[in-house]
Design a protein. Structure first.
Ligand SMILES: NC(=O)c1ccc[n+]([C@@H]2O[C@H](COP(=O)([O-])OP(=O)(O)OC[C@H]3O[C@@H](n4cnc5c(N)ncnc54)[C@H](O)[C@@H]3O)[C@@H](O)[C@H]2O)c1
Ligand SMILES: O=C(O)[C@H](O)COP(=O)(O)O
Length: 387
């Protein structure tokens, strides 16, 4: 029986996949797996039992990835599972910035009960007029799951699209419309674009990447859209630029005291992924990742360990070892098995930065004594007997 806990509500479409071998607990200390959306885990003590965290979503800045890796806890996310939901809201964000849709709707509501509203509307509508997206230049910074979808859709809206991503994956490049111009220098986007949308993960290297200097390069008519994370943008500089009419609008999905209610801002309450479809997709992917990890030791879509997969175990036993990526590691734990007269019939070893994992299928079940010896190997962070 595996115990899991949810730190946020997770769609039942995913949770329903869990078999009778899984039990939900509210006691995190009893849980082997955590399912989470945006709840912050940075201040949490990570219990000894915990082996896996699945983020039902893309951004993992709410999870202490290195601390988890050090404790042999594998963190997963669900790449692309909510990308369409975000893409659709980005398009809505551009439309709300292009015309005063909200102002128009508020005016209509303010005239509730007025019998002459239809006539009055014809006089008032000039106040809510705007521009069209077609023919405008859109710059997409970060061409991952969301950025590619936004860029491709914008080409269908008649926009001229520039894309920037120095680390673009082969898969993303394959999916990108040929109509998108790949720029090597992001300042081209800052200087030329009417709409600029950012879709990169929040990391130390991307914090405030839309800096005061970047904002200063933008056209006074520019609209900046941020459906990624608020800390990616120097929002103090942005609010100042909006006030001085140096940019036109800032559309953000992350409410905070710096931006809410400020001139030129349009802020939504972090609802980019809050669609039935995205929530279901994320939950299904996260649950499948957790089940494959707990039952087979396989790692897919990890963000702090390498992916490692040996399918379903057909041998007498399987063990997963999470360890430091240091020289001599493999010989250290294979010696333990050799000394115990246990043959390794299949093995996969992968590394990622400072951390590595090894899956081994063995010809005999491991005794408690052998497991203890594996755990005692210098550099080993976690030993999980799968079978
Ligand atoms: N508003 C929401 O509800 C919502 C929903 C999903 C994701 N997000 C946010 O959006 C981010 C992106 O999501 P995704 O699914 O597209 O992720 P992704 O990992 O598929 O794509 C991120 C892309 O950013 C690129 N990148 C990294 N550093 C860069 C840099 N310095 N300059 C340019 N490109 C860079 C990467 O190469 C990658 O292609 C997430 O990390 C998350 O913070 C928000
Ligand atoms: O990074 C993400 O996937 C989004 O920000 C969605 O977050 P949420 O799952 O809390 O809506």
């Amino acid at each position: 029986m595996f115990q899991y806990t949810c730190l946020n509500p997770i769609s039942h479409v995913g949770l329903d996949l869990l078999t009778d071998d899984y039990k939900k607990t509210d006691d995190i200390n009893a849980a082997e797996a955590v399912l989470v959306r945006s709840a912050s885990m940075h201040e949490m003590d990570l219990p000894e039992n915990l082996t896996a965290v699945a983020r039902a979503g893309a951004g993992v800045n709410n999870i202490p990835l290195d601390k988890c890796a050090e404790q042999g806890i594998v963190v997963f996310n669900t790449p692309g599972a909510n990308a369409n939901g975000v893409k659709e809201l980005v398009i809505a964000g551009m439309l709300f910035a292009a015309r005063d849709i909200r102002g128009g709707m508020e005016w209509v509501l303010s005239e509730e009960g007025n019998a002459d509203i239809a006539k009055l509307a014809e006089k008032q509508k000039k106040n809510f007029a705007g521009t069209e997206l077609s023919g405008k230049k859109l710059g997409v910074i970060g061409l991952g799951a969301i950025g590619v979808k936004v860029a491709n859709t914008a080409t269908h809206l008649g926009m001229e699209v520039l894309g920037y991503d120095p680390y673009i994956s082969v898969n993303a490049a394959w999916n990108l419309s040929r109509g998108v111009k790949h720029v090597q220098d992001v300042t081209e986007i800052y200087k030329e674009c009417d709409y600029i949308t950012v879709h990169v993960p929040l990391m130390d290297s991307t914090k405030k990447m839309i800096s005061k200097e970047a904002i200063a390069m933008m056209k006074p008519t520019a609209v900046v859209l941020n459906f990624a994370r608020d800390l990616l943008v120097d929002e103090e500089a942005m609010v100042e630029a909006l006030k001085e009419k140096k940019v036109r609008k800032y559309v953000s999905d992350f409410p905070n005291p710096t931006t809410v209610g400020k001139e030129g801002t349009i802020v939504t309450p972090h609802i980019g992924a809050s669609t039935e479809e995205s929530e279901d997709n994320c939950a299904v992917m996260a649950v499948n990742e957790i089940m494959d990890f707990l039952e087979n030791g396989n790692i897919t879509h990890s963000v702090n360990y390498p992916d490692c997969n040996m399918g379903i175990c057909q041998a007498a036993g399987r063990v997963l070892i999470l360890h430091k990526n240091e020289k001599g590691m493999i010989s250290r734990y294979t010696t333990v098995l050799g000394d115990a007269d246990i043959n390794i019939s299949d093995m996969t070893n992968k590394s990622r930065g400072e951390f590595a994992c090894t899956l081994m299928d063995v010809d005999a079940a491991l005794t408690d004594e052998v497991v203890e010896k594996l755990k005692a190997v210098d550099g080993v962070l976690r030993v999980r007997v799968i079978k």
